[in-house]
Ligand binder design. Structure first.
Ligand SMILES: [Zn+2]
Ligand SMILES: [Zn+2]
Length: 255
């Protein structure tokens, strides 16, 4: 398939899953939202792995994400698909195009990330982990495994970007928010749980995003990133996981 053998395809899948978890569990739920606590080693190793996905460093990533939450779906939101350029162009801008605009440069960097010299170093040298992983792929399996790295990195980029674009356009809105965020099962599947984005905008600090409302009751949804963090907790590598109460979830139900 795609000129790649089974071993190379498995390498692509492994790199996809590991780096997706680093972005969802470390960049997003730990660093950007601090929805749980973890030892610094988890922050550092997770950030190096996330940076190897070619999606910039922890300061850059967090700065843009916090700006998204602060100004969600307005012209100050760096990657809203509801941009005034509209329609298909708005979608393409949200998926990729915004990276080619002045919005690429964050207005300010997050103080809590910048205060950690290791995270700051990873942020400034963010291309190094990506190049190192490309080199490792080449060493392990030549062109095929390097191709697998490139394929995995490209699909990973678009899957993460689909949270910004698709999950603000298509899906359910079980919780009341003042924005266009949606719970989208296909995005959730691709991003290991980040597609339950309406819940995320309603409860930004919640370590678990897989919740919806059915017939007036709270129902949990598949959320592999939450399971991963739960596993970290069992291993003593995560604590103080923040979960909204049933009462709080029901109080935000849209109907
Ligand atoms: Zn959003
Ligand atoms: Zn967020």
């Amino acid at each position: 398939m795609l000129g790649l053998g089974w071993a190379a395809l498995l390498w692509a899948l492994l790199l996809y899953l590991l780096r997706m978890l680093a972005i969802t569990a470390i960049y997003h739920r730990l660093i950007a939202h601090r929805s749980y606590q973890a030892p610094r080693l988890v922050w550092w190793l997770g950030s190096m792995l996330a940076a190897s996905a070619g999606q910039m460093g922890p300061s850059w990533w967090t700065a843009h994400h916090q700006q998204h939450h602060r100004h969600v779906d307005t012209t100050s939101d760096p990657h809203t698909p509801l941009h005034p350029c509209g329609g298909w162009r708005g979608f393409c801008r949200s998926q990729l195009g915004w990276l080619l605009t002045p919005d690429f440069h964050p207005a300010m960097l997050p103080a809590h990330v910048e205060a950690d010299p290791v995270l700051r170093l990873i942020d400034r040298l963010h291309v190094v982990p990506a190049l190192a992983l490309a080199w490792l792929s080449w060493q392990l399996g030549g062109w095929q495994w390097l191709g697998a790295f490139c394929l995995s990195t490209t699909v990973l980029f678009h899957a993460v970007a689909s949270v910004n674009s698709v999950a603000h356009l298509a899906g359910e809105q079980p919780f009341a928010t003042a924005d266009a965020s949606r719970n989208n099962r296909w995005v959730a599947l691709l991003t290991l749980g980040e597609g339950w984005h309406n819940l995320h905008h309603a409860f930004q600090g919640s370590v678990r995003q897989g919740y919806t409302v059915r017939s007036g009751r709270i129902v949990t949804l598949p959320d592999p990133t939450y399971r991963f963090i739960w596993l970290l907790e069992k291993l003593g590598l995560a604590w103080q996981l923040r979960r909204p109460s049933q009462r709080a979830l029901l109080a935000r139900a849209a109907n």
